[in-house]
Design a protein around this ligand. Structure first.
Ligand SMILES: [Zn+2]
Length: 257
């Protein structure tokens, strides 16, 4: 079974000009799953899918550039004319407190009726909207997860925000598509804790022997061309820079969706 990956947001840290922050829509003939939902990603997702048609959401961590459009998504679903069952949201344990914090006390209970929050158990594969999802803790500045998503024989790994760690190699191992953060290029010489450079993303892709590498989360002022070049020096497979509207098919082609 193929998986269609539609890029809804790619910008690292903040939404650059004409860009949105993290968001990747995975879909196949039967199911839909969103990975992260940063500022602007919902607007792009709605170009392809109605709010009530999204079956599940997996959040890597609770930095604002990866989750804030959950407010818009829940608002769209809550005000739908039909009453929808809560949709599953996979997220770190702090998600309820952080999502709840900007909400008025009086509206918090009603708001959370929209979703069913679950904390993934590290290393245990679960079924989420028809996809098999495995999470391991990332090495970021706050608690977070790296996800490996399987549908049939097709596998996607999404790094979220992380430094290099054993978990990232393990979950990326042999993935058909490795969506990896590369927040920096050599334009930023200083090492930044909790993130990867394009060179490091390329090295990890090579070590994990992935089928293809999709760079994302590039800081908006940095050169995408340089990011692809630098990753490509470390990894011999196909390397691409993610951009809003990019669609990739993972697995047997053609995919019916
Ligand atoms: Zn981020």
């Amino acid at each position: 079974m193929s998986v269609k990956v539609t890029v809804c947001g790619t910008s690292g840290g903040y939404a650059g000009p004409g860009k949105a922050c993290a968001g990747f829509l995975l879909s196949n003939e039967e199911n839909t799953l969103m990975l992260d939902l940063g500022p602007g990603a919902l607007s792009n997702m709605l170009e392809y899918l109605d709010a009530d048609a999204l079956e599940a959401l997996a959040l890597t961590h609770m930095h604002y550039d990866h989750y804030v459009d959950i407010f818009g998504l829940c608002t769209a679903r809550r005000f739908w004319e039909t009453s929808l069952a809560p949709f599953p949201v996979l997220a770190p344990a702090v998600a309820r407190d952080i999502i709840g914090s900007p909400l008025a006390e009086s509206s918090r209970e009603e708001f959370f009726k929209c979703m069913e929050l679950t904390v993934p158990e590290p290393g245990r594969a679960i079924e989420l909207a028809g996809f098999e999802v495995t999470a391991l803790p990332s090495a970021h500045v706050i608690d977070g997860f790296i996800y490996r998503i399987k549908a049939g024989e097709s596998t996607v790994c999404y790094s979220g925000d992380t430094e290099k760690c054993d978990a990232l190699i393990e979950l990326a191992r042999g993935a058909d598509l490795f969506i990896c953060e590369s927040t920096f290029t050599s334009e930023v010489p200083a090492r930044h804790k909790g993130h990867l450079s394009a060179t490091e993303a390329g090295r990890i892709a090579a070590e994990a022997e992935v089928g293809s590498l999709l760079l994302t989360h590039l800081w908006p002022t940095l050169s995408g061309e340089k990011a692809v070049q630098e990753a490509g020096k470390q990894y011999n497979g196909p390397v691409e820079l993610a951009f809003e509207g990019l669609t990739l098919f993972v697995g047997p082609y053609p995919c019916a969706v």
